[in-house]
Design a protein around this ligand. Structure first.
Ligand code: GRG
Length: 296
């Protein structure tokens, strides 16, 4: 593999696409329209940041690549599922995602709901089959990811987000919502890989945990900044939709400059957590900077 993490990303994403393809039912398998919609939701787009975090953490801990595929695939399936729900008329009501019509636009609302419903159990089925780890680790992985997407994780964060439309949240409440809605799955991507290293010193586990929490919140603040400053054809979804929906966001509450400053502060805090890993953390360092500096 090439030396720089940036140059290995293509190989990792190609590997992930292959594993996602193997995990998804064939589009020709009945009910074909449902399976087609599931593939449409998952394939052909997306930065794949969460699976890359799984692989980068695995590199940091010297884990075998084959151990990382199942959590990487499962987390991306859950992420894809959440995007389908997030775009539905009852939620954010968006027509465009990853530069393509959203699933309910390309198919229909009922098919989109069912496709998302089927992606979630598929993720857990992939996790249940993870090879080369003890049953205890497999159970911890399932618990970690279930908690990250449940009512005290992503779903809870989405509920707070919807109820906050048109209201002013405190900065602490806003960051709590971000930590759940977006941060929980990003955090789980790093922690899933750390669970696979059974004798990981507590200090290293805590450093990865803190790193992951910080970049999870920074990811959502950057997403907010892009919603204000990005172009629709670059970010792949309608720009300005947060303002249009009267969403509680960091830029709406504190302005763009303060949002950028908070992102940088979170990045610095996250990078400081990686010091104990030395050069082995270069891939995580690269991804953390990418999250805060990306243009889409
Ligand atoms: C029941 C688990 C469950 C979910 C339903 C809809 C919902 C509750 C939660 C939505 C969570 C959500 C969509 C948060 C936004 C996170 C976010 C910034 C998504 C964009 O992620 P990127 O930029 O997208 O990684 P790509 O397209 O690159 O994969």
């Amino acid at each position: 593999m090439p030396h720089a993490f940036e140059d290995r990303i293509a190989a990792y994403t190609e590997r992930l696409e292959q594993k996602l393809d193997e995990a998804l039912p064939l589009a020709s398998t009945p009910p074909a329209r449902l399976h087609e919609a599931m593939r449409y939701a998952v394939q052909g787009g997306g930065k794949r940041v969460r699976p890359l975090l799984v692989y980068a953490t695995g590199e940091c801990l010297g884990l075998d690549l084959s151990l990382l595929d199942a959590p990487a695939v499962a987390i991306e399936l859950i992420h894809a599922f959440s995007l389908v729900h997030d775009d539905l008329p009852a939620m954010d009501d968006d027509d465009l995602r990853r530069g393509k019509p959203t699933v309910h636009k390309a198919y229909d609302e009922a098919t989109a709901i069912l496709a998302a419903d089927a992606l979630q159990p598929l993720a857990f089925s992939v996790l249940a089959r993870v090879d080369g780890v003890s049953a205890a680790v497999r159970t911890r992985l399932v618990q970690l990811i279930a908690n990250a997407c449940g009512s005290t994780g992503m779903t809870g964060g989405q509920a707070i987000d919807l109820s906050a439309e048109g209201r002013t949240l405190s900065v602490a409440d806003l960051e709590h919502m971000y930590a759940l809605k977006t941060g929980a799955l990003i955090h789980a991507s790093v922690v899933a890989a750390s669970l696979l290293q059974e004798n990981l010193p507590q200090r290293d586990a805590a450093a990865l945990d803190n790193f992951a929490r910080a970049i999870g919140i920074a990811f959502q603040i950057k997403d907010d900044i892009l919603d204000v400053e990005g172009e629709t054809d670059v970010i792949g979804k309608p720009a300005g939709s947060d303002v249009a929906a009267n969403k509680a966001t960091y830029p709406a509450l504190l302005g763009i400059e303060a949002s950028r400053a908070r992102c940088d502060e979170l990045l610095r805090g996250a990078l400081a957590q990686l010091e104990c890993f030395g050069n082995r953390a270069t891939p995580l360092d690269w991804l953390a900077r990418y999250i805060v500096e990306r243009g889409h």
